[in-house]
Design a binder for this molecule. Structure first.
Ligand SMILES: [Zn+2]
Length: 63
């Protein structure tokens, strides 16, 4: 299974592509996206949240 999820850092905003099976997520009330609870940003150590599947058109991109 090669499905990867795009996870964005809450602090620095960079995206990480993490295999779905490595992710453990938690839904927080008041936040639209699932929060990743077992993996943190490798640049700043910030929390990540799941934006969507890799290859999906991200909603923050304007074409
Ligand atoms: Zn970060």
């Amino acid at each position: 299974m090669n499905l990867k999820m795009e996870c964005m850092c809450l602090q620095c905003g960079i995206s990480h592509y993490i295999p779905l099976e490595d992710l453990s997520t938690e839904v927080t009330s008041g936040f639209e996206y699932p929060i990743v609870v077992n993996i943190f940003c490798n640049r700043c150590g910030g929390m990540l949240f799941v934006v969507g599947k890799e290859g999906d058109q991200p909603r923050y991109l304007v074409s």
